[in-house]
Write a protein that binds this ligand. Structure first.
Ligand SMILES: *Cc1c(COP(=O)(O)O)cnc(C)c1O
Length: 423
């Protein structure tokens, strides 16, 4: 379904965070570029800039029977290709651990406020960081992002995972010196175990996917990056030329941060939609009930079982959801079969390989341009006649670290499902 948020622009705006907070996150990432280039060989060529390309999707659009003259241009914001961590989690995760490293170095007199952050790769800083633990609970991409940067800075890095988490992810983390602790239960139990262990130790920093402002603001900094790329591509955003953005949503921090950043830049001219698995639409459930108290997908009889492991979240972030009540245009849900046929079609038309979670945004333009609910949204906002000058940005969120054999499996599943549909 496509659910439209009738509280957009109406629900009260929480006092924090503010637009200025996004700028300070962006400035932090900029002043740490020299440090990142020293820590990661992958980042030395690009000078430590954590950024992803904005790619045309003209072939995919054509394959779906659309054309830019009628429905606007489709683009892919390729966060699946973000360096080092291979997913959108590089943005929030790196920002939070860099903020922690700066704070500790300032407190221990290893850095002054204006000092060059590259000093944080020196032995004195590493010796200091080795006294601290950075901990996170994650089944995958967040653990990868936090674990890799924390270990690279010299922190003790601990990632709590469920036993079902993919073996190649655990292996990769262990190869980089990250301690992986496996739990018999699910994601929520891994997070709870990490949170409890961290609470008992003042030298442990727990990265809290559900509550962390530093994570959220790291994601929000992506908005200005996209704005610069749109400007460079000659795609203006204004009343005549609306921007639609389609973001896969798990707990809501990554897409929520980006939506918050884009709204701060473009206001009513940007229309942000989340994509959630049909079995795990936690943000939809939270916003649609309009309740201040948490409501989970289990509360309405859904089972939270999906192949989109990055999006399999039962309860939305209490930090992101009140902001999204105000800022989000709507949410569409995606069946697992669509994730696999979608990633197959993207690969066949554009040669781009995504993990299933990252393919959730692909049906976005179709919902807006061609469904009854989409047309209702366009009519309500006076946009029906402006579609030809619109820009649609589909945010791809992960996949470049996934082993090729796994990608082959995803595509085989896509072929199987497509053949079945054709019968
Ligand atoms: C984490 C993740 C998301 C969603 O981010 P949340 O902050 O959980 O909403 C989307 N796609 C991928 C691949 C992810 O790893």
């Amino acid at each position: 379904m496509l659910w439209l948020n009738d509280q957009a622009g109406v629900a009260p705006m929480p006092p924090r965070p503010q637009a200025a907070d996004i700028e300070s996150a962006r400035t932090r990432l900029q002043r740490c570029q020299g440090l990142l280039a020293r820590l990661f060989p992958d980042l030395s060529a690009c000078g430590g800039v954590i950024a992803s390309p904005l790619l045309p999707l003209a072939k995919l659009q054509q394959a779906q029977g659309g054309d830019a003259a009628r429905e606007g241009a489709w683009l892919l914001k390729a966060d699946h290709a973000l360096p080092v961590a291979g997913s959108i989690k590089a943005r929030g995760g790196f920002h939070e651990v860099l903020a922690l490293a700066e704070e500790l170095a300032l407190r221990h007199g290893l850095l002054d406020a204006a000092g060059d952050r590259a000093a944080l790769a020196e032995p004195a800083a590493r010796a200091c960081f080795s006294q601290y633990t950075v901990m996170v609970g994650s089944t995958g991409n967040l653990g990868m992002s936090i674990g890799l940067i924390a270990a690279a800075l010299g922190f003790r890095a601990v990632v709590h995972m469920s036993v079902e988490a993919k073996a190649w992810k655990k292996d990769r983390l262990r190869r980089h010196g990250v301690q992986v602790i496996e739990h018999a239960g699910d994601y929520a139990q891994a997070v709870a175990a990490g949170r409890a262990a961290a609470a008992a130790d003042p030298a442990t920093h727990f990265v809290d996917d559900e509550q962390s402002l530093a994570l959220f603001l790291g994601y929000a900094a992506a908005a200005r990056e996209l704005a610069e790329q749109l400007r460079a591509a000659g795609r203006a955003v204004d009343a005549e030329r609306p921007l639609f953005v389609y973001l896969p949503c798990g707990v809501g921090g990554a897409p929520g941060g980006i939506a918050f950043g884009l709204k701060a830049l473009y206001g009513e001219h940007v229309h942000c939609f989340f994509a959630e698995p049909a079995a795990s639409p936690c943000m939809l459930v939270q916003l649609a009930t309009g309740a201040a108290a948490p409501v989970s997908v289990y509360d309405i009889g859904l089972d939270n079982r999906t192949e989109a492991d990055g999006l399999a979240v039962g309860l939305a972030s209490p930090l992101a959801s009140p902001l999204m009540a105000r800022l989000l245009s709507g949410v569409f849900t995606v069946e697992d079969a669509q994730l696999f046929t979608g990633l197959l079609q993207l690969f066949e038309t554009e040669g781009i390989a995504l993990e299933p979670s990252a393919a959730a945004g692909l049906p976005g333009p179709d919902w807006i341009c061609r469904s009854a609910a989409g047309r209702a949204y366009l009519d309500l906002h006076g946009l029906a006649g402006r579609l030809g000058s619109a820009t649609h940005v589909i945010w791809s969120t992960g996949g470049s670290l996934v082993p090729e054999a796994e990608h082959e499996r995803f595509r085989a599943e896509g072929r199987r499902l497509r053949d079945r549909q054709a019968q």
